[in-house]
Design a protein around this ligand. Structure first.
Ligand SMILES: *Cc1c(COP(=O)(O)O)cnc(C)c1O
Length: 457
């Protein structure tokens, strides 16, 4: 097979500022070994997140120019509404400024004390919004999704047996909603199969439970369905997308992901009553229902990006670029989550740095080492992010110590990715030189964003 090329040419470029290893060592120490405290200009390859970091197309930039900034009834809203209706098949479309705003509105209405929201895995903002409402979020991921080193085609699937058991145990009246996250971001960007969605729908239908999709990476998920679920091998992506959404009563979306935009989100749904309640909250939090916290130009960019993301040449390049980096690392023995997910490569820092115990934050130590060696910014998904303390103040470590390298859409070329692989492999060969870290400052909630750390000598 010939090389899969980037399916775009580059019209506008941004400079990368080069730094030396010595300079980066100083930057890292001054940023207290926390990538969130490093200035973007001091980063050479930024793999902190794929959220809002997308490169827009010339068509999207043209859309920016025709954005209609009317407060009410903007033409851009009608473009946006038509695009989302067409793609999802859902009749009611409510714009928001980003994914978590959709979640806040939805769970303010259907959440509340004594309620359970079930999911394959809830993303952290989704879980936070559920818990803020007083409800409890329950992850029911399939068993194979919990083991990073074991490949399986649909490691994002919901455990349908566990779902039915949970419903019988807690009572359907206490479960207002089931949320399936595609792809499963917190579980390594792993996809959910169409058959799994059908099975989940059947159970939800039997017990009268509303089914929503967290649709942030809907196109990446549908491409995996096409590749891995025989029935869909010859189905065009938009048709797979349509079928996926056909099983759901609604969805929440962050346009910072698979709408290839830099900001935005929406709620799409079928139920008029629920929509009315959502719009009432929208007006006091986000804005009037025809702009929902966005500029008209953003609505244009999103409606164009939502079609571009379903292009099969784009998706082939997208999924292949993640797989390409994963394969290069596996070839050199670097421990990574398998198979490659849709938007990021995950290194298993526990295996990478066996000499650093969990309470010295091996993931964060590796994040620091990758930055110092090559100016690459990544993020720890381990005990710094999810660790808790017991009554004696001892760290209760997270289940896994991962480092995520999220690939922004259409931003980096193959040589950038080759460079990333070289740096990781170099760091791997010299891994015993990496030192553990200790926390010198932390906030009580979401500590990873602001924590300060230092090396243990
Ligand atoms: C990013 C994300 C969200 C939240 O969206 P924001 O636009 O960051 O608020 C929700 N769910 C998933 C799966 C995500 O990846």
């Amino acid at each position: 097979m010939s090389t899969i090329i980037e399916p775009f040419r580059i019209k506008s470029v941004e400079p990368i500022f080069f730094t030396t290893k010595e300079q980066r060592a100083v930057v890292l120490e001054k940023a207290f070994y926390n990538p969130f405290l490093i200035r973007a200009d001091d980063v050479m390859i930024d793999l902190l997140t794929d959220s809002g970091t997308n490169a827009m197309s010339s068509a999207q930039w043209a859309g920016i120019m025709i954005g209609d900034e009317s407060y009410a009834g903007s033409n851009s809203f009608f473009h946006f509404e038509k695009a989302v209706q067409d793609i999802t098949g859902m009749p009611i479309i409510i714009p928001t400024h980003q994914g978590r705003a959709s979640e806040k509105i939805l769970f303010s209405i259907i959440g509340g004390k004594g309620k359970y929201i079930v999911s394959n895995t809830l993303f952290d903002t989704t879980r936070a919004n559920i818990e803020f409402s007083g409800a409890e979020g329950i992850d029911l991921l399939c068993p194979e999704g919990k083991i990073p080193s074991v490949p399986a085609p649909f490691k994002g699937n919901m455990d349908v047996e566990a779902l039915e058991k949970f419903i019988i145990e807690k009572g359907a009246v206490n479960i207002p909603l089931c949320m399936v996250t595609v792809t499963n971001n917190s579980g390594g960007g792993q996809p959910v199969s169409m058959q799994n969605i059908r099975d989940v729908k059947q159970i939800c239908g039997r017990y009268g439970i509303t089914l929503f999709i967290d649709a942030c990476r809907f196109a990446e998920n549908c491409y995996f369905i096409k590749l891995r679920e025989k029935e869909f091998a010859n189905t065009p992506i938009p048709a797979i997308v349509r079928e996926l959404f056909s099983y759901a009563d609604g969805c929440t979306m962050s346009a910072k992901k698979d709408a290839i935009a830099n900001i935005g989100g929406f709620i799409a749904l079928r139920d008029e009553d629920l929509a009315l309640k959502c719009r009432n909250l929208l007006i006091i939090t986000e804005g009037f229902p025809t702009y929902g916290g966005l500029a008209g130009r953003d609505l244009e960019a999103i409606s164009i990006g939502l079609y571009e993301v379903m292009d099969e040449h784009y998706l082939q390049y997208r999924i292949r670029s993640i797989e390409y980096l994963t394969e290069k690392l596996i070839a050199e023995g670097v421990p990574v989550m398998q198979p490659a997910g849709g938007h990021a490569v995950y290194i298993d820092a526990k295996v990478f740095l066996p000499h650093i115990p969990s309470h010295q934050y091996p993931g964060q130590a590796l994040v620091g080492a990758l930055y110092r060696e090559g100016g690459i910014r990544s993020v720890e998904i381990g005990s710094l992010m999810f660790g808790k303390y017991d009554d004696e103040g001892q760290l209760i470590p997270a289940m896994m110590e991962l480092v995520r390298l999220a690939i922004p859409r259409r931003v980096y070329t193959q040589s950038h990715i080759d460079y990333v692989a070289e740096i990781i492999i170099k760091v791997y060969r010299e891994r015993e030189k990496i030192k553990g870290l200790k926390i010198t400052y932390e906030s009580p909630t979401l500590r990873h964003f602001t924590a300060k750390l230092e090396e243990i000598s």
